[in-house]
Design a protein around this ligand. Structure first.
Ligand SMILES: [Fe+2]
Length: 230
């Protein structure tokens, strides 16, 4: 699903600048669609933190590893490996688990089911290891996470939690991560041009991840998720 207000990519500008502008627009739309935290019930706050944790804790490093396996340029490899080092060395999944526990929002089976379909679609996309669309998706993800942190911290605070290490760290470090991933994208697009490879839909991963984020924010109907084979 592509944001209507963000329109199409504009070919007249440099391609990465045009992609960055488009992605910024999608992030702005997602941020504008968030329900005001003060209007959410305790259960709605818990659910949003839990679904976010269910997706991020076990998948962020996996997806970034997929990006690493897919890229062909030395620059992109070095940027992504630095990102992975930070994730593993500073134990970001552990940081997120502490954050969810302190907010009484450890994911339950229903939280995992609520994101099952859209999460599976992102996993299958990553498995195809298409370098340019994956790097675009991860740049989008870092950009979104960085903007989302203040909102997530507010939800946890309203849950009575004082644990903010995860949101503090990601509100800052993901600014640099986003910038670096756009450098990686530039390198991968140059490599693809040189080798004559074409990518059908550069934004495929962004669109799948956008749907997944929408499911994190607004709990979808989970009644058919358990039996859905799609
Ligand atoms: Fe992280």
């Amino acid at each position: 699903m592509t944001s209507v207000s963000c329109g199409l990519l504009t070919p007249s500008r440099s391609q990465t600048a045009s992609i960055q502008e488009h992605i910024d627009c999608i992030v702005n739309d997602l941020m504008a669609s968030l329900p005001p935290a003060e209007r959410l019930s305790a259960d709605e706050r818990r659910g949003m933190i839990a679904r976010y944790s269910a997706v991020l804790e076990g998948n962020f490093i996996y997806w970034m590893t997929g990006a690493y396996l897919s890229v062909g340029s030395d620059l992109a490899r070095s940027i992504i490996i630095e990102n992975l080092h930070e994730e593993v060395r500073d134990c970001h999944p552990g940081m997120l688990r502490k954050f969810a526990m302190a907010a009484h929002a450890v994911p339950k089976d229903t939280d995992a089911l609520a994101v099952y379909r859209s999460l599976s679609n992102v996993r299958l996309f990553i498995g195809r290891l298409s370098p340019v669309p994956i790097v675009v998706m991860m740049a989008f993800f870092e950009g979104f996470i960085q903007r989302f942190m203040a909102y997530l911290a507010d939800l946890a605070h309203r849950q009575g939690s004082a644990e903010q290490e995860y949101t503090d760290v990601h509100g800052v470090c993901d600014v640099a991560h986003t910038k670096e991933l756009f450098r990686a994208l530039e390198a991968e697009m140059t490599l693809a041009d040189e080798s004559g490879k074409t990518t059908e839909n550069i934004l495929e991963g962004v669109e799948l991840l956008q749907t997944l984020i929408q499911d994190i924010v607004a709990k979808p109907d989970v009644s058919s998720a358990a039996t859905d084979k799609n």
